[in-house]
Ligand binder design. Structure first.
Ligand code: AQP
Length: 332
């Protein structure tokens, strides 16, 4: 079975709809036909300041949420990035193959360092995409299911893999991004020109999966729409309604055209009210299941221990090849 690999940062108490619809839902679907490795990216999280206690808690919350949404630990290795030392080790080797100018072109660094100025950003935030390349290449996956915002990092990953293969010996597989066009970029409910994001969205702009379902319903009902009244998918003219149609369609599996027909002539109010109900029905069992899992720390530990063992077995083998090929001495 071809491998898939992806990760998510434990930098919030809850995943949001952008994470879920953009990436995590595909994780669940892909596990049927693939051999998946899914990790909680705590090394990435510390590229910006984290409270140690909170970081630990959020890693476990992330694991519980992955299980609650249907990641099956029998099929998929679920692990915490810092439990697999080869990520940081390969990250260093790849940093030495990355041009400074090449790293500088990454738009996510530009965006994330814009607020405090480049001087305030950590070197780790700057080299983050290179560590991400290491995360991926260690497992030689075919697909990396992510949202649109990660496309540029995936391109860098492919460039670094090709460079290493060319300079030394074919070692890495060139991974392909797996980005579902329809949900590749879920937008902020209050600012439907920007992506829904935990660091940039206002509280009203983001739906958190573990939030009180009543609060999420209210956010849907108060989502920004345009001044018209027609429920129609048109990203240019109607970004707010189009975003809500995307969410509605993704959660129910119904076609957008079908939804347009159903709400023809009925106005935004009805549409948003129904979508609010759909959201409540979706998040309520998810939240209950996550809270239940969080009560069983022994089970979470067992899943993460087993996941790390499976990941280490694969990652150590790749790292040994890499160390050999770059000329590091192996003492017998
Ligand atoms: N709005 C989004 N639409 C589609 N996909 C999205 N992803 C994030 N936001 C959207 C995808 O979620 C996965 C995990 O993301 P991450 O842990 O790397 O977090 P992130 O991209 O940093 O998420 P945020 O909310 O955007 O955080 P900040 O604000 O800190 O940057 C990835 O596959 C991502 O593409």
């Amino acid at each position: 079975r071809p491998r898939v690999l992806s990760g998510i940062q434990p930098t919030a108490d809850s995943f949001h709809f952008g994470n879920y619809l953009g990436a995590l839902r595909q994780w669940v679907a892909l596990q049927e036909e693939h051999e998946p490795f899914f990790f909680i990216a705590d090394l990435h999280a510390i590229t910006v300041e984290q409270d140690p206690k909170l970081l630990r808690e959020r890693c476990l919350r992330a694991a519980a949420q992955l299980l609650a949404m249907g990641i099956d630990p029998e099929r998929s290795a679920i692990f915490i990035q810092s439990q697999v030392p080869a990520h940081a080790q390969l990250g260093w080797v790849l940093q030495c193959l990355t041009g400074f100018g090449e790293a500088r072109r990454m738009t996510q660094f530009k965006d994330k360092s814009a607020k405090g100025g480049e001087g305030a950003a950590s070197v780790g935030l700057f080299t983050y995409p290179v560590l991400q390349a290491a995360d991926i290449l260690l497992y030689r996956p075919q697909y990396v299911p992510v949202g649109e915002d990660q496309r540029q990092h995936l391109e860098l990953t492919r460039d670094l893999a090709a460079r290493f293969n060319h300079r030394f010996k074919k070692t890495f597989r060139l991974p392909e991004p797996y980005i579902l066009k329809s949900t590749a970029k879920i937008l902020d409910l209050q600012l439907p020109t920007a992506k829904m994001s935990k660091s940039a969205s206002s509280p009203g702009g983001i739906i958190e999966m573990l939030d009180d379902p009543k609060v999420s319903a209210k956010k849907i009902r108060s989502a920004v729409t345009d001044s018209g009244s027609e429920v129609r998918f048109d990203e240019g003219e109607k970004p707010g309604i189009s975003n809500l149609l995307t969410i509605y369609s993704a959660l129910t599996g119904r076609e957008i055209e079908d939804l347009e027909k159903e709400y023809d002539g009925r106005g935004y109010g009805d549409f948003k009210k129904d979508l609010a109900e759909v959201v409540v029905e979706f998040v309520t069992p998810f939240r209950d299941r996550t809270l239940e899992l969080l009560d069983d720390k022994a089970q979470l530990d067992a899943v993460l221990r087993d996941g790390a063992a499976r990941a280490n077995a694969v990652a150590e083998r790749t790292l040994a090849d890499v160390y050999d090929r770059v000329g590091f001495v192996r003492i017998g």
